[in-house]
Write a protein that binds this ligand. Structure first.
Ligand SMILES: Nc1ncnc2c1ncn2[C@@H]1O[C@H](COP(=O)(O)OP(=O)(O)OP(=O)(O)O)[C@@H](O)[C@H]1O
Ligand SMILES: [Mg+2]
Length: 447
């Protein structure tokens, strides 16, 4: 079990609470130690005067009026006088610093033989012994004369101070914590590849500086992204025209040219064209505004798969009824062709496209039986310009999966590259169904 709270807010509040409680008790203890001796002297002085006055009154009173005197003392002052009796059951005062001091002080004032009791014959109070003409008597006073009655009040004030300080601490820490929490959420959003709105630049100076720097960094990142997309688009666009001329030229070479060389050159031109297309797609996905319509994913799957079949490529569709999702049709096609191209190029056999409804999410999977991608590399492959084996001779810009990832993200979906059971790769995209009432499309299956 975790005892320490995780967040900065609650850790600080807990630390302050512990320090404040300890500080309060420490100051209470110092105060009590400092006032113990003067208080003991004062209590002893009061008790000694009461005993002395009672004793003098009894000695000097007219014997006929002594009974009245004793009654008055008892009724008006709460002071009772009893003669000493042998074998009484008694209890001394509890052994505490203050009672020790009071006892010593009383014995100094009333004589060293003075006894002090807490209970005598079952009666509680403060009992002090004194002597008249060699006979022992006891005077009894109420216990309040030596006990504190303000203990609870002290505790009450302590609790009030503690609660007020904690509310103050909470407010101060929350003021620092709020912008920090916002920064954390924004940083997590950037980690996911989203573009968070600028964080509010509030709080103490250091936190404000941090927020400002973070906003600047977010803007720089966005600008760098946009610049890259613009550069790619510009270069690719400008390359297309000369490339088309080269292709035309190659195809028009006279028949004396080696046929192998000619078709090799055509293939090279096609490869370069494919890379340029990926560049343009990537730039387009970064720049295009999202105006998605409700789309039947199965329709897109069948359309794309048929196109591959016409080219004589073995791709199977296994669709099942799924609710419509909010997607741009062109983006959906781009996403699917990138994944199928990968499966055919890097994977190989048994390429399958699957749709299914899984825990309220619409799932689109492209599966193959190739070498797959090690789970440790899966996340990295979604970044632009990354390829599993950079030295591999296959063509490719390393943009395909980045395009897939961007398309999925701008439509609220997610991409996972998973090991396929039985070997190979499963590229799995998940979307939330469109919020409108889901109307599942009928299940179909083509080979
Ligand atoms: N189905 C797959 N099986 C095995 N490895 C794959 C598969 N799909 C992708 N990869 C690996 O991930 C890397 C990145 O794929 P991505 O589609 O982003 O780039 P690419 O296919 O190399 O180039 P492009 O798609 O831009 O033409 C690939 O180079 C490949 O190493
Ligand atoms: Mg690819």
């Amino acid at each position: 079990m975790r005892l320490l709270p995780r967040s900065l807010l609650w850790r600080t509040v807990l630390l302050l609470a512990v320090l404040m409680v300890a500080g309060h008790f420490a100051s209470l203890e110092i105060f009590r130690a400092a006032e113990r001796e003067p208080r003991a002297v004062q209590i002893a002085q009061q008790i000694a005067s009461v005993v002395n006055l009672t004793r003098s009154a009894l000695i000097t009173a007219d014997p006929a009026k002594r009974i009245d005197l004793l009654r008055d003392l008892s009724q008006q002052e709460g002071i009772q006088v009893y003669p000493d009796a042998p074998n009484e059951s008694v209890e001394t005062l509890p052994d505490r610093p203050i009672t020790r001091l009071v006892t010593l002080e009383l014995q100094r004032r009333l004589g060293p033989d003075t006894r002090i009791l807490a209970t005598r014959e079952g009666e509680r109070g403060v009992w002090i012994s004194f002597t008249i003409d060699g006979l022992d008597y006891w005077v009894r006073m109420s216990r309040e004369r030596i006990e504190r009655t303000d203990q609870l009040r002290w505790l009450g004030w302590g609790v009030v101070i503690l609660v007020l300080s904690l509310i103050g601490a909470f407010a101060i820490v929350a003021r620092i914590n709020r912008p920090l929490g916002e920064l954390t959420r924004a940083a997590a959003a950037i980690g996911r590849g989203d573009v968070p709105p600028p964080v509010v630049e509030t709080g103490p100076a250091e936190v404000r500086t941090l927020s400002r720097a973070f906003n600047q960094m977010t803007r720089d990142l966005q600008r760098a992204d946009a610049d890259r997309a613009l550069l790619l688009a510009g270069v690719s666009h400008d390359l297309r025209t000369p490339l088309a001329r080269i292709r035309l030229g190659v195809e028009m070479l006279d028949s004396k040219t080696d046929e192998g060389l000619r078709s090799g050159m055509v293939q090279d031109v096609e490869d370069i064209d494919a890379v340029i297309n990926q560049f343009l797609d990537f730039a387009r996905v970064s720049a295009e505004p999202v105006n998605a319509a409700e789309l039947d994913l199965n329709e897109v799957v069948h359309g794309v798969v048929e196109r591959y079949e016409r080219q004589g490529k073995q791709v199977n569709a296994r669709t099942s009824a799924v609710p419509p999702v909010k997607l741009q049709p062109l983006a959906a096609q781009r996403l699917l062709t990138n994944l199928i191209d990968n499966a055919l190029r890097h994977g190989g056999d048994e390429v399958e496209v699957e749709t299914a409804l899984d825990h309220d999410r619409v799932r689109l999977s492209v599966l193959d039986r190739g070498p797959g991608i090690p789970p440790a590399d899966a996340e990295r492959m979604l970044q632009p310009f990354t390829r599993l084996n950079e030295a591999r001779s296959t063509v490719g810009s390393g943009l395909g999966l980045a395009i897939v990832d961007r398309i999925a993200k701008v439509h609220g979906g997610s991409v996972q590259l998973l090991p396929r059971t039985g070997g190979g790769l499963e590229a799995r995209i998940e979307f939330s169904p469109a919020p409108a009432a889901p109307t599942p499309t009928p299940s179909t299956s083509t080979e």
